[in-house]
Design a protein around this ligand. Sequence first.
Ligand SMILES: Cc1cc2nc3c(=O)[nH]c(=O)nc-3n(C[C@H](O)[C@H](O)[C@H](O)COP(=O)(O)OP(=O)(O)OC[C@H]3O[C@@H](n4cnc5c(N)ncnc54)[C@H](O)[C@@H]3O)c2cc1C
Length: 284
Amino acid sequence: KATLHWLSNEYEAGDFGMGGMHLKRGGYITHSKIFTESLFAERGVHWHLRAHTTAVEPGKVHYETLDGEEHELAFDFAMLIPPFSGVGLKAYDRKGEEITDRLFNPAGFMLVDGDYEPKPYEEWRASDWPRTYQNPHYPNIFAAGIAFAPPHPISKPMKSAKGTPIFPTPPRTGMPSAMIGKAVVASIRDMLKRGATEPTHTASMAEMGAACVASAGAGFFSGTAASMTVYPIVPDFDRYPEYGRDIDLTFGELGLAGHWIKYILHVMFLYKARLRFGWSLIPE
Ligand SMILES: Cc1cc2nc3c(=O)[nH]c(=O)nc-3n(C[C@H](O)[C@H](O)[C@H](O)COP(=O)(O)OP(=O)(O)OC[C@H]3O[C@@H](n4cnc5c(N)ncnc54)[C@H](O)[C@@H]3O)c2cc1C
């Protein structure tokens, strides 16, 4: 049996780049840290947190932790998820002058209608998050899905004793990407065909929920999956002062039903992707 290690820049397990979440389970409200750690513990997965991978060499990963210490971990097989960034496009206007910084942030993501004013974590608001995904300088340019620049992370930014930033970036998953894409397409349609001068549809990650079904073992009767929903994705402490999210719409559960849901979604989304009869009735 293989020994599995999970090495992450999260401050706590179950942060997921969303600052963690509180879940209502069996009459208790618990943090996603407990949910995730119990999932790992039950499956014998070792977890190493607050860690930044500094180098990978054959059979060995080097990492720094928030306390500034250097560590290494040996492996036979490893999967490294690199820092998330845009494709690094350069943009020029019709006179040939470079306009890259009017369109993209330094990580290569497109600037849209978010509030990009740098401010401390304590001053972050749900309203900082973009709603229409229209570039402020070029109204005919939109960035849907994972292409848009988030205004800031969701998890609290942390720096190691040596000054290395060690924290996760916001999750950029399929469900919000699809909902953003749908809103952008509807806005462009209204601007092209119905004479609208402004985008008519919105899809803020601070106003939408998302579901995640993570497989934890396949098998019609023996499979399991962790099913989670959050509402909203970006916590809004003005609307939900206690937990930042609607606790009735934010839950997590592990079990066989999750595996079946994952399988059903798989079949439905491939059906939708092929544009078969009735595809538009299948939600994002
Ligand atoms: C390994 C992995 C697992 C994932 N698992 C899940 C999951 O279980 N659930 C979930 O919800 N999300 C998951 N995601 C995230 C999900 O895949 C993305 O959020 C989603 O695909 C983003 O959609 P998008 O349309 O914005 O971008 P993309 O799907 O990346 O689409 C961008 C498209 O643009 C094309 N393109 C790029 N450059 C150019 C160019 N110059 N000209 C023309 N075309 C170009 C690319 O080829 C691509 O087809 C996963 C992602 C990865 C990488």
